[in-house]
Design a protein around this ligand. Structure first.
Ligand code: URA
Length: 235
């Protein structure tokens, strides 16, 4: 791939702007300076730097973020900054979007990509991808609430009861529960329908992919091939 096109694809501006970056000696490829915007590179195993920051060649960007409180996932955030502001500008410029949404006050694992196919696959109701949440509740949790959540609760805009796929008590005021849908405020509404109230909510896992303990709130990282396998993507 031609170098100016490669940079453009990775969110470094127009072709013309990318040529400017290259000609002003701000770009290296596989550790070597390159001043020719039209130089062709084999993209397998390629990495490049712009102003000293290293980027892997990535056909699509697959990322995980430990979402902190106080960020909105919507495309046009209204009351709080958008989650995408936590990413470097080139990633935002290449058009990544969160896969599904977490509420502004929900923390934890958020997947982000510019691959519409993965986004569709993980969001699709048919695939029933399990999402694991740790909910801290206002009132003590009890077996009745667990039984209701497991057998199904009726949410006001749903025709039939919805049940959690799994639920366990992890503390006097804490539940770990797994849902396979992605309905609006689903966990909060389900817990409310079971007679309690969610005070804070943290997503621990999507499918087999668990939020790494060393990924601090507000930090992001690239998904590895292994991570994508865990999401059932890549064979
Ligand atoms: N369920 C909720 O109620 N909120 C979230 O952010 C995610 C799931």
């Amino acid at each position: 791939m031609q170098l100016d096109r490669l940079l453009q694809k990775h969110g470094f501006g127009t072709r013309k702007a990318c040529r400017g970056l290259i000609r002003s000696e701000r770009v290296t490829v596989n550790g070597e300076s390159c001043l020719n915007p039209f130089a062709e590179f084999d993209t397998s195993e390629l990495d490049f730097t712009v102003d000293g920051v290293t980027w892997p060649y990535a056909e699509f960007a697959y990322l995980m973020l430990n979402k902190p409180m106080g960020y909105e996932c919507s495309r046009k955030p209204l009351h709080h900054p958008g989650v995408l502001t936590l990413l470097p500008i080139p990633l935002r410029e290449r058009g990544v979007q969160p896969i599904g949404r977490l509420d502004e006050d929900t923390t934890g694992l958020l997947l982000i990509t510019d691959d519409g196919h993965l986004n569709h696959l993980l969001s699709s109701a048919k695939r029933k991808v399990p999402k694991v949440y740790l909910a801290t509740t206002r009132h003590p949790v009890d077996q009745n609430q667990i039984d209701s959540l497991l057998s199904g609760v009726l949410l006001n805009d749903e025709p039939t009861p919805i049940c959690v796929a799994a639920c366990e008590i992890v503390g006097s005021h804490q539940l770990r529960l797994t849902v396979t849908e992605g309905k609006y405020h689903q966990v909060k509404r389900m817990v409310a329908a079971a007679g309690n109230r969610v005070e804070s909510l943290h997503r621990e896992a999507v499918g087999e992919l668990i939020l790494p303990a060393d990924l601090e709130p507000g930090q992001w990282r690239w998904l590895s091939r292994h991570d994508l396998h865990k999401l059932g993507y890549l064979s």
